[in-house]
Design a binder for this molecule. Structure first.
Ligand SMILES: C[S@@+](CC[C@H](N)C(=O)[O-])C[C@H]1O[C@@H](n2cnc3c(N)ncnc32)[C@H](O)[C@@H]1O
Length: 390
């Protein structure tokens, strides 16, 4: 499907389901949609833990579940399927380029390198950390690479790795949000998981500055935003808050079982506290400042003691403590099930965000493709925007 047509369809369909993806069950004990779709609510609340966990990470299955109750929700399924770009390149047998790179990271970099295509231009490796991607591209594409990175220590470490691998790679310690992009005119910019404004600035200033090619895997779209997202392209008019944008990247397919257990426990503790605060101060959600990790490692009683002191609330004692611990656990189980509805729209929102950037480049005269560069089990941030000056 053509980029612009997909973007316009997402732009038209997503607002239709706003009442399903915008409310956060963490803040609203029963989002309003529960009353409108009682059979859907009952079906979700009856799921066992494994079924609920599976639907939370499988957006297509979640959409299928929704479409049995909500007219037209299934139409989104066709819009969130994308082609995977690039056949896997033969593995670089000389492992020198990959010293020090953890296995999953290495696989992501190799997948990115095989999905991107060089036309011989020098490469600008944007927010490149130690320049692992740039180092592989310097070897495989035989072009000079400049890695731009704000952290001087990462640059120094990257320089040493580049020397050991004997590749033509320079490091520039600079703030990507402030560099003059006209200096990169005619180059091929690559960015693997540059967050928020780091990828947005590369696209807007890079297109103005005359970058010849882009290969960008965006990440953390919500970072550096104010309260709302401002769309880039004329094909996009959906209004998203920062929290809506964040929803696009809350997937945890790469989290292990232990990590998931810790996350669920932390969530149950926070919901237990929320229930206690509603009991004392009235039934409205109030956000709370980030919590020290250590508070979540002890008992519920210790957690409540610390948080209630910080928030100026009396602490629950005796039977209340056990009651609100139980309530937190119960709300966490409901949250897992009711969140399936939001999560069904997560990929569509992410595609809308990436599509907004892709269409923006198209409007500036680039030939653009939007695809995936690897399976989502390797990284859920697997979208790749590939653009070349037409
Ligand atoms: C998620 S990492 C990705 C690194 C690399 N592309 C990779 O995939 O291994 C993001 C990198 O952006 C760098 N960074 C953050 N803010 C930056 C800025 N304002 N200018 C340049 N680099 C920045 C960080 O130091 C970090 O190395």
């Amino acid at each position: 499907m053509r980029l612009r047509a997909r973007q316009q369809q997402l732009d038209a369909l997503l607002p239709v389901f706003y009442d399903l993806w915008h409310p956060q069950p963490f803040c609203e004990v029963r989002p309003a949609w529960c009353e409108r779709w009682p059979l859907l609510t009952t079906e979700l609340l009856r799921l066992d833990d494994d079924e609920a966990a599976a639907l939370n990470v499988d957006g297509l299955a979640a959409l299928a579940c929704l479409s049995r109750h909500v007219a037209d929700a299934g139409d989104l399924a066709a819009l969130i399927e994308l082609p995977q770009r690039g056949a896997p390149l033969p593995l670089d047998q000389d492992g020198r380029w990959a010293w020090e790179i953890p296995g999953r990271k290495r696989a992501q970099i190799e997948a990115f390198a095989s999905a991107a295509r060089s036309a011989g231009q020098p490469v600008l490796d944007w927010c490149g950390g130690k320049g692992h991607l740039g180092r592989l591209l310097a070897r495989q594409w035989q072009v000079p690479v400049r890695t731009l990175e704000i952290d001087q220590q990462l640059c120094r470490a990257g320089e040493q790795l580049a020397q050991r691998a004997a590749v033509c790679q320079q490091f520039v310690t600079a703030d990507a949000l402030a560099v003059d992009m006209t200096l990169a005119a005619g180059q091929h910019a690559v960015a693997l998981h540059a967050c928020g404004d780091l990828h947005r600035r590369l696209i807007s200033h890079g297109a103005e500055g005359g970058i010849a090619r882009f290969d960008i895997a965006p990440c953390c779209y919500h970072l550096h935003l104010g309260d709302a997202y401002r769309s880039f392209s004329s094909a996009s008019s959906l209004q998203l808050t920062r929290d809506d944008v964040r929803l696009a990247v809350t997937e945890t397919v790469t989290a292990g079982a232990r990590e998931r257990r810790q996350r669920d426990r932390a969530s149950a503790f926070k919901l237990g506290f929320d229930a206690w605060r509603r009991h004392l101060n009235g039934d409205v959600y109030r956000s709370f400042k980030p919590l020290p990790e250590a508070w979540l490692r002890g008992s519920f009683a210790d957690f409540m003691g610390q948080l209630c002191r910080r928030e100026g609330l009396v602490q629950p004692a005796g039977g209340d403590l056990a009651h609100f611990e139980r309530l937190g656990g119960q709300r966490q189980r409901e949250l897992m099930r009711l969140s399936i509805v939001r999560h069904a729209f997560r990929r569509a929102l992410e595609l809308w965000l990436a599509g907004d950037l892709a269409v923006y480049l198209e409007e500036r005269g680039y030939a653009v493709e939007l695809g995936t560069f690897c399976a989502r089990e390797l990284t859920p941030r697997n979208l790749l925007i590939s653009a070349r000056r037409a």
